[in-house]
Design a binder for this molecule. Structure first.
Ligand code: 13P
Ligand code: SF4
Length: 305
């Protein structure tokens, strides 16, 4: 079966199975083309809450499928490839953060959505890269413990200087691997290009950017900008999607290493096989975890909307 025929079959099967496909923008183009909604993790969380279908297929990584399940417990939520985890989400667990919390009782625990459902049960508020600064500003408390990403946390601390933000040593292995020298090298090659980066990059990279934002933020900025060339400092699929969407502009990945192996572990064949009931994993979670983890996600939607 060729790619086009497989996509047609996926479109037919998803109607038959009342399945809504939510895809993160880091997935490959051919998967994004068959999805009902493609976006950043905030957009996917909000969509998961409102879709009319009985079944949701999340093409992305595990914490995104867990978030969809927490927000739609009555629906069947499937993760397209069971091996697709986010290494950052596994860096800190509930026990470790409970101990830190006990030492910082007057701090609000702000958890990046890239965390496990278990850890979310003890967080006060959840954030995504697109909502973190807004939510930090909106919080009553001026003391924040930001977990797990110290780079996104540093970006929040710099953007909201009136708050005290404590950080722990976690982060995205893909974005944090980009060195500040890579920005200089890319600018040297493309002197007219604007540099757009994700706040999961280290501060030395973020400081050199013309725009810092979530995956959707980067895409919106590039589409609306009058500039013609852009260096894209986030997962390589964003440059690819933008190149299709804006053929009159040029998009250069900041480095060739900006590839998330977990996001890329889902293939179009996986999506097809999930719809045939042959692959994937249904996310199952007990009611207690769902109820406890939901509080901080609801707070994120309330303050970040
Ligand atoms: P967004 O919130 O920008 O979608 O980012 C999610 C992510 O995993 C980035 O690496
Ligand atoms: Fe996790 Fe980084 Fe991959 Fe995003 S890019 S899913 S933070 S490993």
């Amino acid at each position: 079966m060729n790619v086009y025929d497989m996509q047609q079959e996926i479109l037919r099967l998803k109607k038959e199975r009342d399945m809504c496909i939510l895809a993160h923008s880091y997935v490959a183009r051919e998967i994004a083309e068959v999805a009902d909604h493609v976006g950043d993790s905030y957009m996917l969380a909000v969509k998961a809450k409102g879709v009319p279908n009985q079944n949701i297929l999340l093409c992305g990584v595990r914490f995104m499928a867990e978030t969809a399940k927490i927000l739609s417990p009555e629906k069947h939520v499937f993760l397209s490839n069971p091996i697709a985890g986010c290494p950052m989400a596994e860096q800190m667990d509930k026990e470790m953060i409970s101990q830190v919390k006990a030492q910082l009782p007057d701090y609000t625990v702000m958890a990046y959505v890239n965390t496990t459902a278990a850890l979310k049960t003890i967080a006060d508020v959840c954030v995504t890269s697109s909502s973190a600064v807004k939510i930090a500003k909106a919080l009553q408390n001026d003391k924040i413990l930001f977990i797990p990403d110290c780079n996104l946390g540093a970006f929040v601390a710099k953007s909201v200087p009136e708050k005290t933000v404590k950080l722990l040593q976690g982060g995205c292995p893909v974005h944090a691997a980009v060195r500040p020298e890579a920005v200089k090298a890319a600018k040297h090659l493309h002197p007219d290009a604007l540099v757009l980066v994700h706040p999961e990059c280290v501060p030395g990279v973020v400081e050199q950017a013309d725009y810092v934002g979530s995956t959707s933020g980067i895409m919106d900025f590039a589409k609306k900008s009058n500039a013609k060339e852009f260096i894209i400092g986030t997962e390589i699929s964003i440059a690819e999607h933008l190149q299709y969407d804006c053929p009159d502009k040029m998009f250069y990945p900041l480095t060739k290493e900006l590839i998330c192996p977990n996001m890329k572990s889902t293939t179009l064949v996986d999506v097809y096989r999930v719809l045939r009931g042959e692959f994937g994993e249904e996310i199952l979670m007990d009611d207690e975890t769902i109820a406890a983890a939901r509080r901080c996600i609801d707070k994120m939607i309330e303050l970040g909307g």
